[in-house]
Design a binder for this molecule. Structure first.
Ligand code: APR
Ligand code: PHB
Length: 393
């Protein structure tokens, strides 16, 4: 057994855990990160790709902004497409804010490079990770690493271990309520080696379902299609994917360029919020506490918002001011519910719901009415722009 002690034991080396550890280091606070996957696995995971302005500001303030500045693609707005017409919503003109297209994978790469250079303690491939004594002021984390049993004692444990992690599950059942909502469709996402056919992201509602054109770089496109939850990848050969993308994203006078597909995956859509992000000496951050459907790209941004608040609260605690830390759970949840309603709104607005044959055509026409309203009203566009580009932390 190797006993160790740190101020904050962090479970999970996704963007939430890695960023928290980095922000704590910046504030002079020790932490140890425990992750059950390998570093290569963590680096290879492909996920969302839009950073809110506040997220870029946090990363830049912590010295992680260099590649975002040189390789990130700043976008002033998005396109909303319906009835085969494309409408630009210009955030910059509406509210003076923008977003940056920069893959979550790149954020993780920057964080891991920074931690490796600084010599941070991160245990990858930790097995049987468990948290103990959360009601006390000396919580513990136990795990096995390279066949050796480890125990870390800390002042606090942070569950940044994603939706399937162990931390949220360690809160007694009677002390927590889980709110959740699933959607009757999924997203098929591809990465393709082809220059994006658009300057900004296109979100399209089509009779056949939602489609989206995003990007990762000037040479790599990221595209999504609404598919059925029961669909599997073998039902979606490349030709069928491109055919559907052409049909759903097409507008007169514009051509979607095809390229070699290098990655293909199907992701279910879910909204989920835990009723508490704080329990005794445990705090939850990121996907461990909440999940949004990907429309609107709020998952990574919410994780960054939680961590920005939690790092500031822990720094204040060690400077003898507990107000922020005792308010973290509530403040992060209130922010999260505002993000939840936006993600749910954008998802419902842009997908075809075919579960109820009686209402599906009505719902589709009503969605078109809503899209007409949004694209026709400067007030509605400002509301969208403000939420899409990000609420302040
Ligand atoms: N022990 C240790 N680590 C664990 C355990 C466990 N029992 N369970 C899960 N993990 C690790 C996962 O392997 C993963 O690396 O916790 C990490 C959680 O990372 P993410 O799932 O990426 O979650 P988070 O850091 O909160 O980032 C949220 O990720 O899912 C996307 O859309 C989401 O973009 C958002 C972001
Ligand atoms: C992405 O590029 O992966 C992406 C962008 C915007 C979204 C969701 C995903 O709303």
């Amino acid at each position: 057994m190797s006993p160790e002690n740190t101020r904050v034991a962090i479970i999970g080396a996704g963007p939430a855990g890695l960023l928290l550890s980095w922000a704590l280091r910046d504030a002079g606070i020790d932490s140890i990160v425990v992750e059950n996957r390998s570093q290569d696995y963590v680096l290879a995971r492909i996920r969302a790709g839009v950073l809110e302005q506040s997220a870029v500001e946090t990363l830049t303030r912590l010295g992680l902004g260099e590649r975002i500045r040189t390789e990130g693609l700043e976008h002033d707005g998005i396109y909303l497409q319906f009835r085969g017409e494309r409408h630009h919503v210009d955030f910059q003109e509406l509210i003076g804010r923008s977003v940056t297209v920069y893959g979550q994978q790149e954020v993780v790469k920057d964080l891991i490079a920074a931690h490796n250079a600084a010599g941070s303690t991160i245990y990858y491939e930790a097995a049987d990770v468990a948290v103990h004594d959360l009601e006390s002021s000396a919580p513990r984390v136990t795990f096995t690493h390279a066949d050796e049993a480890h125990e870390i004692t800390a002042d606090f444990v942070v569950g940044a271990d994603g939706f399937h992690g162990v931390c949220r599950a360690s809160i007694p059942r009677e002390a927590i309520t889980l709110y959740d909502r699933s959607y009757p469709y999924a997203w098929l996402g591809i990465l393709a080696n082809v220059a994006p056919s658009t300057d900004e992201l296109i979100y399209a509602l089509h009779e056949d379902g939602f489609a989206m054109h995003s990007m990762r770089s000037p040479h790599v496109s990221r595209l999504y299609l609404q598919v059925d939850t029961a669909d599997s990848l073998d039902q979606w050969p490349d030709e069928r994917i491109w055919e559907n993308l052409h049909a759903r994203l097409g507008v007169p006078g514009w051509t979607l360029q095809e390229g070699e597909i290098t990655d293909k995956s199907i992701t279910p859509m879910r909204s989920f919020v835990a009723s508490r992000l704080a329990y005794g000496s445990l705090f939850l951050a990121g996907d461990a506490g909440h999940i949004v459907p990907p429309t609107g790209a709020k998952g990574l941004n919410s994780a960054i918002a939680d961590v920005t608040m939690l790092a500031a609260a822990l720094a204040a605690h060690y400077a003898d001011d507990d107000a922020l830390l005792s308010g973290y759970g509530e403040a992060a949840l209130r922010r999260q519910w505002r993000v939840q309603q936006f993600s749910q709104w954008m998802t419902d607005l842009l997908h075809r719901n075919r579960t109820d044959l009686q209402t599906m055509e009505f719902d589709y026409q009503s969605q078109l009415g809503r899209l007409d309203y949004v694209t026709g009203s400067v007030h509605a566009q400002r509301e969208l722009a403000e939420q899409y580009s990000g609420l302040p932390f």
